[in-house]
Design a protein around this ligand. Structure first.
Ligand code: 3H9
Length: 702
C-alpha cells in the first residue's frame, strides 16, 4: 500500500504535520486532502496547542501540482486548505527548507508564523508559467512586504534567499541549516509562552501606495513585457489588495487567475516548463547510462566565444586552461574575462574576493601539453574546417584517453572535424550561444560516431554550467541557425518588397521577439553571415537572396562594430537608427529588380518570418535532426529570444492551428515561389489528420 503523503505526530504539545510527496512536494490533490484532514485532527486534539507544517525530502512545497493544470478541479482546492490554515484557532508555523515556491509560499503565508533554514529560498514564480499566484499570494504578500516589493517579486518570478526574506518580513526567523523540525517545535513553544497569538496575514491592514503608483508601475513594466498578460493582471490584483478588503481582493485574484489559466499564454509557458525538463529524456539514455565526470576543462581559442565559455565554466567553480597560439590574443582573452567579472563586481553581484577566486581558476597557455590531464576540451577557434582539424589533431595527440573533445562550431560538419582524430566516438559539438557566459542554450551536436556515453556526459556538463543542453543532429546550422536562415531570408525579401528595416523589427518585437532580425544581424555582424554564405554551395540561384545583407557587408557595413550596418549607430551607442542611405540602397535594388514595393502589414511580416521557422522546424523533424518538436521550442526560446509566452515556434504552430499554417504556407508558395516555400509533408499530414506537432514523436535518435 502506498504511504500517505501527509502524516501527523505530536511532540511537546505541538502537532507536526509532515508532507512527503517526492520529488518536490507539489500540492497535488492527495496532499491537499491529506492536509485538510490532518489539520482538522490537529485542531481537535487536546494534546496539541500549536501546529508545525513541514515537508520531508529535498524541499518545502514547490507549488501547486502543475500536472493537474488544465484537468477538472478536485476538492479541496488549495484556497480551501489555506483558508482552513488561516482560520485555525491553534497557532500555525511553516517550517521551510529548500524552495517554497508558488502555492508553496502561499501556504507558508497562510500560516501564522514562518521559520526557515538559512539555505532556503522563497518565491512566487507563477508568472513564469503565464499565471499569477492564485491562492491568496497576491493579497497576502503585499500586506507583509508592501505593494512595490511584492510586485517586483511576483512579476520577475525570481526567488529570494532566506536572509532577504527575513529582512523584508516574509520570514519571522532564520536558523542555521540544522534540525529544522526541532527548531520549529521550539519556536512554536516560544510563541505560545510569549502569548504572541495568531498573526493572520489576511487580517493585516491593506498596503498603502502613493497617488498614481499603479499607473506608473504599469507603464514601467509595459516596455519589458510586450504583449505578455500575466504581469498586468498581477498589478490589478495588488491594486485590489490596496483598495479592497481581503475577501474582495481574493475574489478578484480568483477571477484573474482563472483568466490566466484559460489563456494560450499559460498553456505555452507550461508546455515549456515540461519541454525544458524533457530535453534530457532521450531514447537510449537513462539514469544508468555511464557519464564521465567533468572536473577540469580546456578551451582552445581566446576570442569572444572562447573567453565566454571559459567564464561560464569558471562561474561554476571549474578550473579552466585556455589555450591560444597567439600570445596577444591570449592576453586579450584573459583581459576580457577580467572585465566581465569586474562588471559583476560593480553591479554588486560578486565580491572582490569571489572575483579573485574565479580568476585563480584560469590558467593560460600556448602549449597543448597542458591539456594532457583535462576531462573536457572545447575548441572555439576560427570557423574554418582546416583550422579546426588542425586543432583536433593536436587534441587527439595530447588529451588523455576518455577525455571529451568538443567543438563549438556553429556551421561546420562535426563528422569531418571528428575525422581528424583517431577517436571520433569522443568528439561532440558543444554549440554555445553568445555571450556564452549568459545565454542558457547549449546545442549538443551528435556526430555519426559520438558515443551515447559522451552525449549523456555532455547533458550533465550542460546542467553543471547552468545551461539547457538540447541534443541535435549534425546538419548545416544544426537546429537553431538552420531555422534562423529561413527567418532572416524572409526579412531580407520583405526589405525588397517594401518594408523598412525598422518596420520589420517593430512588427516582430511587438509580437514578442526580443529583437528584430535586422537589429540581430547588426549585433552578430553582417560580415559573419556573409562569410558563411560565401562558403555554401547549396544556396538558391536568385538575385534577391540575402541581397541587401550582402551589399551592406561588401560595403564594409558590418553592423554595430563598424557603427553602420542595416542601421546606423551614434558613437558609443547601441541604439539602431534608421539610415536614409540604406533606405535609398534598398529602394534602388527593388527598382533594379523590378519589384513593386508596397506597404506590408505587420501581420504579414510576422507570418512570413515565423512560418518560415515553422516550415524549417518541420523539415528538421522529418529528417530526424531533432528528437521532438518541443526540443526545437526550447532552442528558440532560450537561444533566439522567441517569446516564452508563445511557447516556441512549433507549439505556436499548434496554437494557431496546423491547417491554417499549412494553407498560408501554400499561399506563400503560390505567391513567392517554390524555391522558398515548400509545404513539408509533416505539416500537410498533421494538418489533414488534425494531429499536433507537440505530440509528434519524431525520430528516435537525432
Ligand atoms: C502555483 O503554485 C499556482 C498557485 O499559485 C495557485 C494554485 C491555485 N508540479 O525542476 P526539476 C517536477 S504554480 C508538478 O528537474 P530541480 C518536474 O517536472 C507552481 N511537478 O528539479 C520534474 O519532473 P521529472 C509554482 C513538478 O531540483 C521534477 O519535479 N511553482 C513541479 O532542478 C524535478 O523538477 C513553480 O513554478 C510542480 N510544481 O528544481 C515551481 N515542480 O523528474 C516549479 C517540479 O519527471 N518547480 N516538478 O522531469 C521548480 O522551479 C523546480 O522544480 C524546483 C526544483 C526549483 C522546485
Amino acid at each position: 500500500m502506498p504511504s500517505l503523503p501527509v502524516t501527523m505526530t505530536i511532540t511537546s504539545r505541538v502537532a507536526i504535520i509532515t508532507v512527503d510527496n517526492p520529488p518536490v512536494n507539489a500540492l497535488s490533490h492527495a496532499v491537499r486532502a491529506g492536509l485538510a484532514k490532518q489539520l482538522s485532527v490537529a485542531v481537535a486534539d487536546d494534546a496539541a496547542d500549536a501546529i508545525v507544517l513541514i515537508c520531508a525530502g529535498r524541499t518545502f512545497f514547490a507549488g501547486a501540482d502543475i500536472t493537474e493544470f488544465g484537468k477538472p478541479a478536485r476538492d479541496p482546492s488549495l484556497r480551501d486548505v489555506l483558508a482552513q490554515i488561516d482560520a485555525s484557532p491553534k497557532l500555525t508555523v511553516a517550517a521551510i527548507h529548500g524552495t517554497a515556491l508558488g502555492g508553496g509560499l502561499e501556504t507558508a503565508l497562510a500560516c501564522h508564523h514562518r521559520i526557515a533554514v538559512a539555505s532556503a529560498k522563497v518565491g512566487l514564480p507563477e508568472s513564469q508559467l503565464g499565471l499569477l499566484p492564485g491562492a491568496g499570494g497576491t493579497q497576502r504578500l503585499p500586506r507583509l512586504v508592501g505593494a512595490e516589493a511584492a510586485l517586483d517579486m511576483m512579476i520577475s518570478g525570481n526567488p529570494i534567499n532566506a536572509g532577504a526574506a527575513l529582512d523584508n518580513g516574509i520570514l519571522d526567523r532564520v536558523i542555521a541549516d540544522d534540525d529544522l523540525q526541532a527548531a520549529a517545535v521550539s519556536y512554536a513553544g516560544e510563541l505560545l509562552r510569549q502569548g504572541t497569538g495568531l498573526r493572520r496575514v489576511s487580517q493585516l491592514p491593506s498596503p498603502e501606495v502613493g497617488d498614481g503608483f499603479f499607473d506608473e508601475y504599469s507603464a514601467k513594466i509595459k516596455r519589458r513585457t510586450r504583449g505578455f498578460e500575466a504581469p498586468e493582471r498581477i498589478v490589478a490584483c495588488v491594486r485590489a489588495a490596496c483598495e479592497h478588503d481581503f475577501a474582495r481582493g481574493l475574489e478578484i485574484e480568483g477571477e484573474l487567475f482563472a483568466a490566466c489559466m484559460a489563456s494560450t499564454q499559460s498553456a505555452a509557458m507550461r508546455h515549456l516548463f515540461f519541454a525544458e525538463r524533457a530535453v534530457a529524456k532521450l531514447p537510449g539514455i537513462d539514469r544508468n547510462t555511464p557519464r564521465r565526470p567533468i572536473e577540469t576543462v580546456g578551451v582552445v581559442g581566446s576570442g569572444t566565444m572562447g573567453a565566454g565559455i571559459a567564464l561560464a565554466c569558471m562561474n561554476v567553480n571549474l578550473p579552466v586552461v585556455m589555450l591560444d597560439t597567439d600570445a596577444g590574443a591570449l592576453a586579450r582573452g584573459r583581459a576580457s574575462i577580467e572585465k566581465l567579472l569586474a562588471v559583476q563586481v560593480d553591479k554588486g553581484r560578486l565580491t572582490a574576493s569571489m572575483r579573485d577566486a574565479r580568476m585563480e581558476l584560469l590558467t593560460t597557455t600556448d602549449d597543448y601539453g597542458a591539456f594532457s590531464e583535462l576531462d573536457l576540451a572545447i575548441e572555439a577557434v576560427f570557423e574554418t574546417m582546416a583550422i579546426k582539424q588542425t586543432v583536433f589533431r593536436a587534441l587527439d595527440a595530447h588529451c588523455k584517453p576518455g577525455a571529451i573533445l568538443a567543438t563549438n562550431t556553429s556551421t561546420l560538419d562535426v563528422d569531418l572535424i571528428a575525422k581528424a582524430t583517431a577517436r571520433p566516438e569522443d568528439v561532440v559539438g558543444l554549440h554555445f550561444f553568445s555571450p556564452a557566459h549568459v545565454m542558457r542554450l547549449l546545442e549538443i551536436v551528435r556526430g555519426r560516431a559520438t558515443s551515447i556515453e559522451v552525449i549523456a556526459s555532455s547533458l550533465s556538463f550542460g546542467k553543471q554550467v547552468n545551461k539547457i543542453g538540447v541534443v541535435v543532429g549534425n546538419c548545416f546550422g544544426f537546429v537553431g541557425n538552420r531555422m534562423f536562415y529561413g527567418y532572416t531570408r524572409e526579412s531580407q525579401l520583405l526589405l525588397l518588397e517594401g518594408a523598412a528595416p525598422e518596420i520589420i523589427d517593430q512588427a516582430l518585437t511587438d509580437w514578442g521577439m526580443a529583437m528584430g532580425p535586422n537589429a540581430v544581424g547588426d549585433l552578430a555582424g553582417l560580415d559573419v553571415s556573409y562569410k558563411v554564405r560565401q562558403e555554401r554551395t547549396d544556396l538558391p540561384d536568385d538575385p534577391r537572396y540575402f541581397l541587401i545583407a550582402t551589399l551592406l557587408a561588401e560595403a564594409g557595413r558590418y553592423g554595430q562594430k563598424t557603427g553602420k550596418g542595416t542601421y546606423r549607430y551614434e558613437a558609443g551607442s547601441r541604439t539602431p537608427l534608421p539610415d536614409p542611405e540604406v533606405q535609398a540602397l534598398i529602394a534602388a535594388e527593388s527598382a533594379r529588380l523590378g519589384i513593386q514595393r508596397r506597404t506590408i502589414p505587420a501581420d504579414e511580416i510576422v507570418e512570413r518570418c515565423i512560418y518560415a521557422l515553422i516550415v524549417e522546424g518541420c523539415r528538421i523533424l522529418e529528417e530526424g535532426f531533432a528528437v521532438k518538436a518541443s526540443d526545437i521550442d526550447v532552442i528558440w526560446v532560450n537561444g533566439y529570444g522567441f517569446p516564452r509566452y508563445r511557447g516556441g515556434p512549433m507549439l505556436y504552430a499548434d496554437l494557431v492551428g496546423l491547417d491554417k499554417v499549412y494553407r498560408r504556407v501554400c499561399e506563400f508558395r503560390d505567391i513567392h515561389g517554390e524555391q522558398y516555400w515548400q509545404p513539408p509533408a509533416l505539416l500537410r499530414d498533421l494538418a489533414r489528420s488534425g494531429g499536433s506537432l507537440a505530440a509528434y514523436p519524431g525520430a528516435t535518435t537525432p
